[in-house]
Design a protein around this ligand. Sequence first.
Ligand SMILES: [Zn+2]
Length: 92
Amino acid sequence: MFSKSTLQKVRNGIFKRKILQVEIENQLLERMKVNQVTTEEAKIIWQGSCPCGAEQSLLKGPRGGLSINVKCEECGQSFNIPPMPWLPEKLN
Ligand SMILES: [Zn+2]
């Protein structure tokens, strides 16, 4: 049998780890939100143009699985375009 204080220490450890895990998940979610384009921007990108206003400016880059990377030759912004209905993401 474990002593009460040992159990308490283990519980505290698990609790602290849980909090850390939630914090990391929140940070990842925030980052995803920042990188994701709006539905309006996505429609422009799906047509091969860039939200910066340049038309048909997206150059196709390397393919990663089902998604494709493109880069705007006008403003230099890169996007990762997954299959629909997922929204494209801005790459830094
Ligand atoms: Zn652009």
